[in-house]
Design a protein around this ligand. Sequence first.
Ligand code: FES
Ligand code: FES
Length: 161
Amino acid sequence: MAKKPLHFRLNGAEKAVFVDEGQNLLDVLRRGVGDLTPKYGCGQGACGTCTVLVDGEPHLSCLTLAEAVEGRRITTTGGLAQGNQLHPLQTAFMENFAAQCGYCTPGMLMAAKALLDRNPSPTRQEVVEAISGNICRCTGYEPIINAILEAAKSRGARQYG
Ligand code: FES
Ligand code: FES
């Protein structure tokens, strides 16, 4: 099968790869450029653990054609921390025990980041709606919702990365 060149920016770094026709973004991120932070869950758009941001908007990378992100900006959980400094959402997830097995966590974090970037002070209901496409089998969701609300509160004068 003919390969096509693809260029995009991943967590601030330029990437250039060759992709197969029809290859999805999750596969390119994990196998093509070695970012293992977005997870493969269902592969069918049903679980949300593969969520990444494309130009700041949440997308299910298992359903996103790689060629659709030509020239675009991709953010994954791997790009949240700044050096040793965790993102406020990551800190809040830890402090609220919002990750148990952790398999849903990358997708939850990216859905939460997209929410707080556009709505810094969400209501509980808005948080619930923002993560409604993300399945968690462990926590019962309450610790995750609490963590996102706490991260919003702790934002203060800081800007999220
Ligand atoms: S792996 Fe993409 S939604 Fe489940
Ligand atoms: S922490 Fe296990 S699926 Fe969410």
